[in-house]
Design a binder for this molecule. Structure first.
Ligand SMILES: NC(=O)c1ccc[n+]([C@@H]2O[C@H](COP(=O)([O-])OP(=O)(O)OC[C@H]3O[C@@H](n4cnc5c(N)ncnc54)[C@H](O)[C@@H]3O)[C@@H](O)[C@H]2O)c1
Length: 204
């Protein structure tokens, strides 16, 4: 019988890498790691690849075509099966509405747009990834499959949220808003793996 196959975004370091290692060593998975950091991702996949059980692909998850091709290649490499998708890639804060407003465009005098790449990576690419995962999970010979999303459970709601935390937390809210009964009709299971703060901060 063929081994189960997982696709992990941002699997070149941290939580994603730990999940890859755990799936390979404890559950006999074959894992494809996607990451924008080619050097680190390739090195880690090489370390984990003992019996053709780990592969690295350089992919920017905000590029839909790149992510879609990676799904396709994963299914081919996995012998026509995909058992788990882990939407984990994320980035830290790059910009904020609280930034210094003196940074206007010299020619127009207008403020430069807020850089919302955090939302592109931390939220939009996750939604596209889940959309792609559902398409490929349905191609499995036997129905079923798991979708895992790493998120943020910060309850520091009295604090202003940075766009990073907002994007990561929104993953959690989005997952909770999904019609799970409808998704389960295809045998798909969704889980959210949360990290971060879990207590209210006292008022300043
Ligand atoms: N570590 C924490 O305490 C914590 C808390 C809350 C949420 N999270 C979330 O959990 C996830 C993993 O966190 P981590 O601590 O392991 O972070 P990490 O920085 O170690 O790993 C994130 C990985 O994503 C990759 N990545 C970034 N942008 C990408 C893109 N566009 N396409 C493909 N890969 C990309 C990075 O290169 C990196 O390898 C992140 O989404 C993070 O926001 C982490």
């Amino acid at each position: 019988m063929s081994k189960p196959v997982a696709l992990i975004t941002g699997g070149g370091s941290g939580i994603g890498l730990a999940i890859a290692e755990h799936l390979i060593n404890a559950h006999g998975y074959r894992v494809v790691i996607l990451d924008v950091n080619k050097e680190r991702g390739e090195a880690e996949a090489k370390r984990l690849n003992v019996t053709d059980n780990c592969l690295f692909k350089e992919v920017d998850v905000t590029n839909f075509d790149q992510q879609a091709q990676a799904f396709q290649q994963t299914c081919e490499w996995g012998g026509g099966r995909l058992d788990m998708f882990v939407a984990n890639a994320g980035i830290g804060d790059g910009d904020s509405v609280y930034k210094d407003l003196k940074g206007v465009d010299e020619k127009t005098g207008l403020p430069k747009p807020v850089d919302l790449r955090t939302l592109d990576v931390n939220l939009n690419a996750v939604i596209q990834g889940v959309h792609l995962a559902r398409h490929f999970l349905l191609k499995n010979a036997t129905s079923g499959g798991k979708i895992v999303i790493t998120s943020e459970l910060s309850r520091r709601l009295r604090q202003p949220l940075s766009t990073t935390v907002l994007g990561i937390q929104a993953r959690f809210s989005w997952l909770r808003s999904l019609d799970r009964a409808r998704l389960r009709r295809n045998g798909h299971h969704h889980q959210c793996l949360v990290a971060g703060f879990d207590r209210d901060e006292p008022d300043a």
